[in-house]
Design a protein around this ligand. Structure first.
Ligand code: SUD
Ligand code: ADP
Length: 288
């Protein structure tokens, strides 16, 4: 059996720099992947099947299996590689859905990677990235699965090798927020594109990274907050935790994150937020 972690995608900042004629927005974002996510398993089988369990399985029950991004990824890979084999796929859904954490995209990326191994495919990584982009703008970066600076609609990816280590706490107030609704609530005043070399690429200290992030923003935070006001409470709750270096919303929300210097500080913050807000989803982990 092959097992893959589909790690949550966290946008440490996110600038919307324009809109393309097809309606997709151009972004500029530093993305990281904490060791928090869904779990996928792959076993040989003649048919292609998906079984879903885990704390968020019920949310995906409303979706027919062929619409699940895992199955869409599997079918896209079969078509691209001319594969006739099937697979028995298991998905343990831990991440909140429509949450700004790219859970569906991470699942699709894990399916492309896991099934390529199961079926012994030798597709180039660039071909997997191309297939991924047909499934969602976030799938290519999830295929990288480590700290990246991304531009374009998410397909122009630069892997960042030297980010300093830190720990993260993720919170979600339990309200699904579909990405298209947030982009629709964004006005047309776009941020300037920036040169990332100064802020992120140099392998600088944690303090320099936090300073660069603090000078940046998530342009989707205000439109998302206009739809889900509880986002402000998430940021406030994280920000008051001892040792929190930065608290902000991820992606199109409504999940928010806090950054911490140590595992202990992150674990203590996660416990404090969960005690204060028992109905919220809270998780902590190391960022890679
Ligand atoms: C906003 C981001 C930031 O990382 O993350 P999430 O908040 O969804 O996690 C991503 O760009 C989301 O990527 P993904 O969720 O794969 O988007 P898609 O399925 O391709 O697109 C969903 C919808 O979002 C809008 N969209 C998405 C990406 C983009 N660069 N511009 C857009 O305008 C479009 O309205 C599109 O129809
Ligand atoms: N395996 C999956 N996990 C989550 N969502 C999925 C999956 N397959 C399809 N979807 C659909 O994709 C949409 C976006 O989900 P998700 O990736 O969780 O959002 P976000 O990127 O905002 O966190 C959901 O509304 C859901 O209907």
């Amino acid at each position: 059996m092959i097992t893959c972690l589909a790690a949550a995608k966290v946008n440490l900042d996110l600038r919307v720099t324009g809109r393309r004629p097809d309606g997709y927005h151009e972004l500029d974002s530093l993305v990281v992947f904490p060791a928090i996510g869904d779990l996928l398993t792959f076993e040989p089988a003649s048919d292609l099947t998906l079984e879903i369990d885990g704390p968020r399985a019920d949310v995906l029950e409303e979706l027919s299996p062929e619409d699940n991004l895992v199955m869409r990824a599997a079918e896209a890979l079969r078509a691209a590689a001319g594969v006739a084999q099937g697979a028995r796929i298991g998905l343990t859904k831990n991440l909140p859905v429509a949450a700004g954490l790219g859970g569906g995209s991470a699942d699709a990326a894990a399916a492309l990677t896991g099934l390529s191994r199961l079926w012994g495919l030798t597709l180039d990584h660039s071909e997997l990235l191309r297939i991924g982009l047909t499934l969602g703008a976030d799938v290519p970066v999830c295929l990288k699965g480590s700290a990246c600076y991304l531009t374009g609609i998410g397909e122009a990816i630069e892997v960042l090798e030297k980010l300093p280590p830190f720990w993260i706490v993720l919170v979600n107030p339990g309200i699904a927020l579909p990405t298209p609704r947030v982009f629709a609530a964004l006005d047309d005043r776009f941020s300037a594109a920036r040169d990332p070399s100064k802020s992120y690429k140099s392998g600088g200290s944690r303090e320099a990274l936090i300073a660069a992030l603090s000078a940046s923003d998530n342009d989707l935070e205000a439109p998302a907050m206009s739809l889900v006001p509880q986002i402000a409470a998430c940021i406030e709750e994280l920000g008051r935790a001892p040792g929190c270096l930065l608290a902000r919303m991820s992606g199109s929300g409504a999940s928010c994150f806090g950054l911490f210097k140590t595992a202990e500080a992150a674990a203590a913050a996660a416990a404090a937020v969960q005690t204060a807000e028992p109905a919220w989803w809270v998780a902590d982990g190391k960022v890679t």
